[in-house]
Design a protein around this ligand. Structure first.
Ligand SMILES: Nc1nc2c(ncn2[C@@H]2O[C@H](COP(=O)(O)OP(=O)(O)OP(=O)(O)O)[C@@H](O)[C@H]2O)c(=O)[nH]1
Ligand SMILES: [Mg+2]
Length: 537
């Protein structure tokens, strides 16, 4: 572990966790989440130069896409945490991957946040992945701010986009900023609440660098800056925007009934500072977290938290393994002893880390809403609850049944042990799942999508120097099994030894040849449960 500075960040006035804003950025692939993340860090003063996803050389270095394969492909594969301070508040931002092959990572990340920014590409509107992510937010009552991105390019009509959000997601929408032209006719954005025109001193299509006071869409300031046709269209649509939709209502937003909508451009910096201001003013501070036997309120005295993500090899020079913990209550201090649910084991947290935009630092203390990284050698697992001793367990962190199963073939049989170690490491991160068949020595990996297999191959080679290849497995589906009667469960596993496996945690898994096989078996064994998801821990 390299040396780091130590930081104390808690502001102990009033309810301490009221100073935290912990949120995720979610969307379909390529909508601009990572670009927006960079711009938010820049707007908050946490960095001085925004990296670009598809730029070359130094400009390429975005903070959240740090993995080799993310930089090579220009996509996000794993969610990343970034903490920054601004306006007396501490923001914990989680940039998530959009591709559905990595959605398990995104779903787990959503268990750790209090609100979300939903990014929509102005040319595309709501896509199927957006809808799925939205459903997860709704299940967990996570309030959403919408950022309609890329208005500097040709996009769909803003009113049509609002109506689509309203009807497909059944949400009230409240426009906060409104575009003045789009694509080649893009002149800037009208901040409806702040009564300003965000524009460029370089004229049409330039990067944002100027705010001009604006009484409203009819203000003649615009006549000097915007061509006639664009202005007429803007006045029409902005007039409707102001009159046809509800006013912003904090309660309704926080309860998940209303989403404020920002039109902007992450790449050209339009609307980003306004968005940051909205997160500060509107996004909820830490909320109670679902747990058994009872939810945990952020102002409870004792420290509690849970692991929502594990990441191996973040530091290429050190074989590190970091468990990301969302703190839910109490005031955490470095060196504390915390008890791990399940095993009952106590661990002393010597080196808790904060992840800032440019560096990591040792965390001297942390508050509810904060996310700390705990370096460990495999003790801490996704789904683990940490407490000062209380018996409780945070709920709702799922594992999903994989949709593709492959047998692993090893290039060099001398390295079987290392390979298994690496597969387990990466399985723990959720890159893939791994199943150990009861019979036979060849492990089986399960993924939700093909891209995960590509990532597995690339990371095995890059981080562990192991060449792996896959061959078809004789199975297509995996289901966790359970039963009320232990004897019945044992009978089932005995009778299906050739189709049984264990997951990484030793939980029994039935591997079915196909849907018909699964269906048939399930009907033959009505007392056995076949589960598509398994809650961790
Ligand atoms: N014109 C334009 N391009 C943008 C804007 N924001 C992002 N882009 C481009 O869109 C592409 C995708 O951007 P990312 O920020 O990687 O998108 P993402 O949502 O993080 O993608 P994944 O994490 O892979 O799902 C990149 O080429 C960006 O430069 C914008 O406001 N305007
Ligand atoms: Mg990204």
């Amino acid at each position: 572990m390299p040396e780091h500075s130590t930081v104390t960040r808690s502001h102990m006035t009033g309810s301490p966790s009221a100073t935290r804003r912990t949120f995720a950025i979610i969307s379909h692939p390529d909508a601009g989440k990572t670009t927006l993340t960079e711009r938010l860090l820049l707007a908050a003063g946490a960095i001085h130069l925004a990296g670009e996803v598809k730029a070359r050389g130094e400009r390429r270095r975005t903070r959240s896409d740090w993995m080799e394969i993310e930089r090579a492909r220009g996509i996000s594969i794993s969610s990343s945490v970034m903490t920054f301070e601004h306006a007396g508040l501490t923001f914990n931002l989680l940039d998530t991957p959009g591709h559905e092959d990595f959605s398990e990572d995104t779903y787990r990340t959503l268990t750790a946040v209090d609100s979300a920014i939903m990014v929509i590409d102005a040319a595309k509107g709501i896509e199927s992945q957006t809808r799925k992510l939205f459903e997860v937010c709704r299940l967990r009552d996570i309030p959403i701010i919408t950022f309609i991105n890329k208005v500097d390019r040709e996009g769909r009509d803003p009113l049509e986009l609002l109506d689509e959000i309203e009807s497909t997601l059944a949400l009230d929408v409240c426009p906060v900023t409104w575009p003045v032209g789009m694509g080649v006719m893009f002149h800037g954005v009208h901040d409806l609440r702040g009564k300003r025109f965000l524009t460029s001193s370089k004229g049409k299509g330039g990067d944002f660098d100027e705010r001009v006071a604006l009484a409203g869409p009819d203000d003649d300031v615009l006549e000097r800056r915007v061509d006639e046709n664009t202005l007429a269209a803007f006045r029409d649509s902005a007039g409707l925007a102001a009159s046809a939709y509800p006013q912003f209502d904090l309660k309704s937003y926080r309860e998940g009934h209303l989403t404020p909508v920002f039109f902007g451009s992450a790449l050209k910096d339009y609307g980003v500072a306004e968005l940051l201001g909205a997160i500060a003013a509107w996004a909820p501070p830490p909320r109670p977290q679902p747990a058994k036997p009872n939810p945990v309120a952020p102002d409870a005295d004792k420290v509690t938290g849970f692991v929502f993500k594990v990441q191996a090899n973040m530091d290429p020079n050190h074989r590190d393994r970091i468990a990301f913990v969302r703190l839910c209550s109490g005031r955490f201090r470095r060196g504390m002893r915390l008890r791990q649910s399940g095993t009952g084991r106590a661990i002393t947290v010597h080196n808790p880390m904060f992840f800032f935009a440019r560096e990591r630092a040792l965390a001297a203390d942390a508050l509810p809403g904060d996310i700390i990284g705990i370096p460990n050698h495999g003790t801490l697992r996704v789904g683990d609850t940490l407490t000062e001793g209380e018996e409780l367990r945070f709920t709702g962190i799922p594992n999903f049944a994989p949709e593709i199963l492959r047998r692993v073939r090893l290039g060099d049989p001398m390295r079987a042990k290392q390979m298994r170690r690496a597969l387990e490491d990466l399985a723990e991160e959720g890159v893939t799942q791994v199943f150990r068949p009861t019979l036979g020595a060849q492990w089986i990996v399960g993924v939700v999508g093909q891209l995960q297999l590509d990532v597995l191959v690339a990371r095995m080679a890059g981080e562990y120097r192991i060449e792996v290849a896959f061959e078809p497995a004789p199975f297509k589906l995996a289901r966790w099994i359970g039963a009320d009667s232990a004897a019945r469960l044992e009978e089932f596993t005995e009778r299906h030894r050739a189709a049984m496996a264990e997951d990484r945690d030793g939980a029994p898994v039935f591997l079915a040849r196909d849907a018909w096989d699964l269906d048939y078996t399930a009907r033959e064994w009505p007392n056995i449960r076949f589960l598509e998801t398994r809650e961790r821990a």
